[in-house]
Design a protein around this ligand. Structure first.
Ligand code: PMV
Length: 303
């Protein structure tokens, strides 16, 4: 193929970020915000956006990986369009890496090779993340909802929630730095960290159970407990705490940071018939996205 396009979704981690780096399970869902990558071949080697050569970027690294495996020596020009805000915990770079690998898999092999895309996007993520668990690239590739563990990979699960409210604190941060912060906490507080990991594992089991019975009140309480564990390991922030408080005061069942924290986004759980009203109240202070869950994973798009 001379030209192709794919798109991949952003994500919210509902439970378990950071602890997933230490091989504990996390619950994640794709959201209806997407990144689209269109690419076309030319003779000039390398990855280009207009006249600018893209180097050391998740997209270019993912594409170079696909090219190496496919023995492809030409270059490509990309057009990136994304509705996922970057550096706020919604998986923007992972979806760009996955869609970049997906589009070049179509160009070089004539099909989307999922295994190749997963490896290529993982290489792309390493450029900006410190020790990525792989959760972001897995959900961007497979879509829907899932339980992810580093050693066991991704398993689809049904997430019986239609919508989630995402509060953007507007403060950007680097995932790698936040992951390092947790590592420092672990090194200084080994025994406590082991206890936190154990509690987090139980909390995930309880959350899966609460999803099955659609017990929103219980889910909300579990979210708040997850938030307090994240606060303890040092990845909350004043903005996050303020967003959680505003959400609870507005009538949400629970709220917690999502993704790496330190700013970024907070997710907020509320009754379906109250969620729009709650969203309005929060929007007096923060930018909010009311988005649907369980979106499609990587898919081919028309050019
Ligand atoms: O990069 P973010 O903000 O979408 O967060 C990634 C999730 C972490 O658990 C913090 C890191 C990881 O690799 O799993």
């Amino acid at each position: 193929m001379m030209k192709a396009a794919t798109s991949a979704p952003g994500k919210v981690i509902l439970f378990g970020e950071h602890f997933v780096v230490y091989d504990r399970p996390a619950i994640v869902s794709a959201i209806h915000l997407r990144a689209r990558i269109e690419a076309w071949i030319h003779d000039q080697p390398g990855v280009w956006i207009g006249s600018r050569r893209l180097v050391n970027h998740p997209a270019s690294r993912a594409i170079e990986y696909v090219f190496e495996k496919a023995g492809f020596t030409s270059g490509v020009t990309l057009k990136i369009s994304s509705s996922i805000p970057s550096s706020v915990g919604l998986g923007s770079s992972a979806s760009i890496a996955v869609a970049s690998a997906g589009t070049t898999s179509l160009i070089t092999l004539g099909r989307i090779d999922e295994e190749l895309v997963k490896l290529a996007a993982g290489e792309g993520e390493k450029i900006i993340h410190f020790n990525p668990s792989g959760i972001d690239t897995s959900i961007a590739l497979y879509g829907g909802g899932g339980l992810y563990t580093r050693s066991r990979g991704f398993t689809h699960i049904e997430i019986p929630l239609k919508k989630i409210l995402i509060i953007d604190t507007g403060k950007t941060r680097k995932t790698g730095e936040m992951v390092k912060r947790v590592k420092e906490f672990m090194e200084k507080n080994k025994e406590r960290f082991d206890k936190i990991l154990k509690r987090e594992e139980e909390l995930i089991e309880e959350a899966l159970d609460a999803f099955r019975s659609l017990d929103l009140e219980r889910l909300g309480r579990l979210m708040l407990e997850n938030q307090s564990l994240l606060r303890e390991v040092g990845v909350s922030s004043l903005e996050i705490e303020e967003a959680v408080k505003i959400a609870l005061d507005a009538g949400a069942y629970g709220a917690k940071l999502t993704g790496a924290g330190g700013g970024g986004c907070v997710i907020c759980l509320a009754d379906e018939d109250r969620i729009e009203g709650i969203s309005k109240i929060i929007s007096n202070r923060f930018k909010v996205y009311l988005t649907e869950l369980s979106a499609d994973g990587l898919r081919e798009e028309k050019i």
